[in-house]
Design a protein around this ligand. Structure first.
Ligand SMILES: [Zn+2]
Length: 95
């Protein structure tokens, strides 16, 4: 395993944290039927997600340990991870 693989694994772990916070804040929406995550363009919820990020870093929450104190990186990822999700989840786009 090269160092690049290690970097990519860490990158995926960071994205997972960002997605989890986005879902918890309502920026992203997890469908209760197909479990797929959708981006409903809830930009108004970003402030809630950002507040969550600050609180996690302020309390040294273990969930953000993978960021090594780089809260700006997590704040950026709250937005960049949204690119991979569509507006509609699986069951709503096929039904
Ligand atoms: Zn669905």
């Amino acid at each position: 395993m090269g160092i690049f693989d290690h970097y990519r694994r860490g990158d995926a772990a960071r994205d997972r944290v960002a997605i989890e916070i986005d879902v918890a804040a309502g920026v992203l929406e997890e469908c209760l039927v197909c479990r797929q995550i959708a981006d409903k363009q809830r930009d108004d919820r970003l402030a809630v997600a950002e507040l969550d990020v600050h609180q996690r870093f302020d309390h040294a929450d273990p969930s953000v340990a993978v960021f090594n104190g780089d809260r700006d990186d997590l704040l950026r990822r709250l937005r960049t991870v949204r690119k991979r999700f569509d507006y509609h989840c699986l069951c709503h786009s096929t039904g």
